[in-house]
Design a protein. Sequence first.
Length: 385
Amino acid sequence: MHDVRYWIGFNRVIGIGPAKVRALIDHFGDLDEAWQADPVDWRDAGLDRKSIENLINARRTVNLDQELDRVSKAGARVLTWDDPDYPPLLRVLPEAPFVLYVKGQLTEADRTWTVAIVGTRKASAYGRQAAETLAADLARSGITVVSGLALGIDAAAHEAALRAGGRTLGVLACGIDQVYPPSHTRLAARLLEQGALLTEAPVGSPPEGGNFPARNRIISGLSLGTIVVEAGETSGALITADRALEQGREVFAVPGNIFARSSLGTNKLLKEGATLITSAQDVLEALNLQLVAQHTEVRAQVPEDATEAQLFALLSADPVHIDQIARDSGLPMAQVSSTLALMELKGSVRQVAGMQYVVAREAHAAREAHAAREVREARAEFTVE
């Protein structure tokens, strides 16, 4: 197991990014050895003179234990390339941050079914409404909405996803211990209840100008596609769209008023080949995500462990008494009772009169859908085109 302190240490070295970290790992095997190596070895690994000078200075001034403690005090954790929780859509990219500071929880949906919504900070009423409608509809479809917690379109997208009961990720251009702009402190707190904040900037880093373009590549890298709702000719949202294209991801644009300066960027994207969208359904169809909500429901209904599976198999639409379930399963009554109670909370079974249980109608449909999908996949595996 690698020592995350050294990853944090290299994250503190000016001029050492993903490419140089990969070179160091290739040369030394891990960053523990690389941190403690000699300047001659660093040169052999491919570091230039300036990077070596910065690394020598960092090794002299950075207290790795204190850095790790600062992350902990900020309520965050560190994800590196070889961490299983590192977002896979981002990890496959050559420019993926070698360190991500994360506050909040990342779910499977956050790592799998994600769409970014970005745009101008000076959003019009039209742009705000478009962002809110798209974000809410995507969230209701089980898609995690990614944005940059900025004023305007970003905030509208985050807030709409939260109101819809969905998940949303905010990517920061500053340290995980800060919120920028400060006016979004409450929004950030609400976001942590239904999502997470992420950044590659070390703890304590201010929101400097150079951090924003780097932040934008993370927004697009976390996402299957990026929607630009409203953007002027020099909007940072266009940088996010460019990064998405470089990463091989889809770019969508909402058409705007041809006379409005705030729509010049989005309309230009459309002329250059971005996919025109007028609804969330357009995005779901383009990314083949129409069945995400159904898949999520099926996954919730299908038993999570062997005990649930065993009891689920003994139930049907006809009521069965808990004593009979215990006898048929051969399990202790206490285990049967507690498992059925959990399954009832999840909505996969229902209790009817006299401690009798049936499979919930929704769970039955989910089970049938799950079985049908397995049959289709098995058939496809043996189909010769």
